[in-house]
Design a protein around this ligand. Structure first.
Ligand code: NAD
Ligand code: 0WE
Length: 254
């Protein structure tokens, strides 16, 4: 007897076993959900396919969220195989590496466009394609970070992209609430993942996060997975359009 028995959904954003999306996938599967996965490119397919198969996934499909045709083809495949779906997890972000260290005003027009396209617009495009397939009671969750709401050193253009993502969650929730579809974000504290390993001095950022967290420690992929399970399940049937902090939101001050 699982919270997600009989439910089917899609997970975007697994790159390897450290990915937040992988922590989410394991929790959803343990609760009885049937999962479909996407991978960005051929080299990531080699990592994602065995992980997905270990959770009994049959649908393991390519999707570069920068390409509308990839997103459309993905949902066409889901419709063919399943007809309807119950949930989507969006755990995708990207900015140019240099844009996450130089002064924010140095951000180029193209760097700004890229970060907002991959990290924020993709949530809108994925949601639009998911909605026609979603059962009433459907739920969509994306991953954000505190740098949307406050200035976090070096987060830079990603903070602006996450602010757009969080506002998009509120507008999508308001539009889709009448159809019984909920949309929420989880704002996770710093976790050492592939994306994080591309950040200069990430160890230091983790340490500061631990100091400022009410729990006085980093959170885990597993803990993000459990919070996502709640938001995708009927336990949160009255909850939509919200940013849910998993780490206490840096609320401890000196
Ligand atoms: P990760 O590197 O494991 O995951 C990022 C994923 O984005 C990868 O699977 C990558 O393939 C995918 N991606 C990048 N560009 C893409 C594209 N064009 N099309 C499709 N997929 C693309 O790192 P993660 O830390 O698990 O990141 C997942 C999400 O969690 C991101 O939205 C990130 O901003 C967010 N987040 C991370 C942390 C952290 O400290 N690690 C904290 C809060 C929020
Ligand atoms: O959202 C993120 C990071 C997302 C990310 C990471 C990379 C590294 C490799 C986006 N684009 C890229 N591009 C690359 O080339 N996080 C929430 C993790 C993160 O990043 C930070 C953080 C935290 C936490 C950057 C500065 C300060 C804190």
């Amino acid at each position: 007897m699982g919270l997600m028995d009989g439910k089917r959904g899609l997970i975007l954003g697994v790159a390897n076993e450290l990915s937040i999306a992988w922590g989410v996938a394991q929790q959803l599967r343990a609760a009885g959900a049937e999962l479909a996965f996407t991978y960005l490119n051929d080299s990531l397919e080699k990592r994602v396919r065995p992980l997905a198969e270990s959770l009994d996934a049959k649908l393991i499909l390519p999707c570069d969220v920068a390409r509308d045709e990839d997103i459309e083809a993905l949902f066409a495949e889901l419709e063919k195989a399943w007809g309807k779906i119950d949930f989507v997890v969006h755990a995708v972000a990207f900015a140019n590496r240099e844009d996450l260290k130089h002064g924010f005003s140095q951000t180029s027009r193209e760097g700004f466009r890229l970060a907002l396209d991959i990290s924020a617009y993709s949530m809108v495009a994925v949601t639009r394609c998911a909605v026609p397939l979603m059962n009433p009671g459907g739920s969509i969750v994306t991953m954000t970070y505190l740098g949307a709401a406050r200035v976090i050193p070096d987060y830079n253009i990603m903070g602006v992209a996450k602010a757009a993502l969080e506002a998009s969650v509120r507008y999508l929730a308001a539009e889709l609430g009448g159809r019984g579809i909920r949309v929420n974000a989880i704002s996770a504290g710093p976790i050492k993942t592939l994306a994080a390993s591309g950040i200069a001095n990430f160890r230091e950022k983790l340490r500061v996060g631990e100091e400022r967290s009410p729990l006085r420690r980093s959170i885990t992929q597993d803990e993000v997975g459990k919070a996502t399970l709640y938001l995708l399940s009927d336990l949160s049937s009255g909850v939509t359009g919200e940013i849910h902090y998993v780490d206490g939101g840096f609320n401890v001050t000196a």
